[in-house]
Design a protein around this ligand. Structure first.
Ligand code: RB5
Length: 150
């Protein structure tokens, strides 16, 4: 599995922890920035990670900002992206099983690195259940078709 990862300055330290965790687990990833703790704009990073996943260059994305909110909203503007902001393990599992989330968003100022790594593990290991959930995810794509600007 190939992961696209990114953060703004607010999620920079949490991203570093997660990248170390991915390295320890031998999971391939590419860092879309930011590369220093200097202030940057989260939409730029959310867009870059979202585009890379939507194009199929990466299997999944992980994005971090202070809250995880701004960067998840930004990634979700890319057609085909289903970014889930998760602060607990139950939501991480459900976001995969029910929503086929292809981007995970985390908030450095909200959760600690220990919980974040646990969420990442569950999220990476959980498969989409399909069935009735597939129908609902297809309906999300229909909304994108109606309002999107491909
Ligand atoms: C940056 O200060 C902060 O606004 C950002 O990291 C994020 O929390 C936005 O949603």
């Amino acid at each position: 599995m190939k992961i696209a990862i990114g953060s703004d300055h607010g999620g920079f330290l949490l991203k570093a922890e997660i990248m170390k965790h991915l390295r320890d687990k031998d999971i391939e990833f590419f860092d879309f920035g930011c590369y220093t703790a200097e202030s940057v704009d989260y939409p730029d990073i959310g867009q870059a990670v979202g585009e890379a996943v939507a194009k199929g260059e990466y299997d999944r994305g992980i994005v971090c900002c202070g809250t995880g909110i701004g960067i998840s909203i930004s990634a979700n503007k890319i057609p085909g992206i289903r970014a889930a902001l998760c602060g607990d393990c139950f939501s991480a599992k459900a976001s995969r099983e029910h929503n086929d989330a292809n981007v995970l968003a985390l908030g450095e100022r909200v959760i600690g690195a220990g919980l974040a790594k646990m969420i990442v593990d569950i999220w990476l290991d959980t498969e989409f259940q399909g069935g009735r959930h597939g129908r609902r995810v297809e309906k999300i794509a229909k909304i994108e078709e109606k309002y999107g600007r491909r």
